[in-house]
Design a protein around this ligand. Structure first.
Ligand SMILES: Nc1ncnc2c1ncn2[C@@H]1O[C@H](COP(=O)(O)OP(=O)(O)O)[C@@H](O)[C@H]1O
Ligand SMILES: [Mg+2]
Length: 316
């Protein structure tokens, strides 16, 4: 659905986008994540045609986004990071205004607006003034507006920032439903854990470049190796700890909730070897598994390259 190659953009002397590449497959719920100032909004503004890049290409639905601007505009809906001000405009009028921007009027426009307000659970807000709505409701309204021409691709710039957790969950639920109905969605956020739960794919941007991307499961597998290994024993731990201390692949050893938690850099074969050695030394093991990774650990791994030396401490 989206293909970006070598995107560059400079503001004065500051290289905001520095050769950005991105691929989003049809049907994906793609999380575009990175710290503040990484270049997410700039990239999104280029994708949506609001900003000209200094170099690079953007294809949407197989077409060059700059050469086929008018056709490409029909393909996507955009929820910007700022809602804007709408003095004295009611929800219904707001929707009908955007419908008219896409050439819809009369009964067709009216029906389409009602359909979208219903989908976004906003029917009871029809007569409310837009400026009086809460942030969560405004974002749902903005999403309704972005859907007016029934685009296949939705681009949302930090839509959930400033929402409380419950409102955020309702919003992500709506996105998931839309994705299940066949939409492709690009959502940016600086909240990693939020995206890790809902996205099928992810791209991590840092200083204007993608530093890691792929399917959620692929990325979690990649970093699985850096997730702690948890070893549960019945009885004495000493012998097991001695074995772990001697292993060069073991970086840290911690006792947590009665379990031994180690940072172990090794693949599954190495894990099996370690387990065999622990058993051979007499440790009575009734649990041996990698903890599940999440995006936070991916991010830490990317930004923190210095691993700690072997330490031993107890959290008990
Ligand atoms: N119009 C502009 N003029 C100058 N600098 C800008 C402009 N827009 C963005 N920047 C700078 O580019 C960097 C990336 O901004 P942005 O794309 O908004 O990042 P993000 O959305 O990831 O927080 C920031 O350092 C920001 O100050
Ligand atoms: Mg931004």
């Amino acid at each position: 659905m989206l293909k970006i190659r070598g995107l560059k953009k400079k503001f004065k002397n500051f290289q905001v986008l520095d050769g950005l590449d991105m691929d989003i497959e049809e049907g994906a719920l793609y999380g575009f994540v990175g710290p503040n100032g990484a270049g997410k909004t700039t990239a999104i503004r280029v994708i949506t045609g609001l900003l000209r890049p200094d170099g690079g290409t953007v294809e949407i639905g197989g077409r060059d986004a700059f050469a086929y601007r008018e056709q490409v505009k029909q393909e996507f809906g955009y929820v910007p990071d700022e809602f804007g001000m709408y003095d004295n405009l009611k929800v219904r009028e707001y929707m009908e205004f955007f419908a008219s921007c896409y050439g819809l009027d009369g009964l067709v426009a009216r029906n389409r607006c009602m359909e979208l307000l219903e989908q976004m659970k906003l029917l009871d807000k029809e007569d409310d003034y837009v400026d009086s709505l809460s942030r969560g409701i405004k974002q749902r309204l903005c999403l309704a507006r972005a859907m007016i021409h029934d685009p296949r691709f939705l681009v949302l710039d930090e839509p959930t920032s400033g929402m409380d957790p419950r409102v955020r969950m309702e919003f992500t639920e709506i996105l998931r439903e839309m994705c299940a109905e066949g939409k492709t969605i690009l959502i940016s956020s600086h909240i990693l854990s939020e995206l890790s739960r809902m996205c099928t794919d992810i791209g991590i941007i840092d200083a204007g470049k993608i530093v890691l991307s792929g399917s959620m499961s692929e990325i979690l597998r990649k970093v699985n190796d850096s997730n702690p290994l948890r070893i549960r024993l019945c009885g004495e731990r000493e012998a097991a700890v001695d074995v772990l201390k001697e292993d060069r692949r073991v970086q840290t050893i911690t006792i947590r909730d009665g379990d031994i938690v180690v940072n172990f850099h090794g693949d599954q074969t190495a894990e099996a070897e370690l387990l065999a050695r622990l058993i051979a030394c007499g440790a009575r093991i009734n649990g041996f598994f990698r903890e599940q990774g999440d995006l936070e650990s991916v991010f830490m791994q990317l930004t923190n390259h210095e691993f700690q030396k072997v330490v031993f401490h107890s959290e008990e």
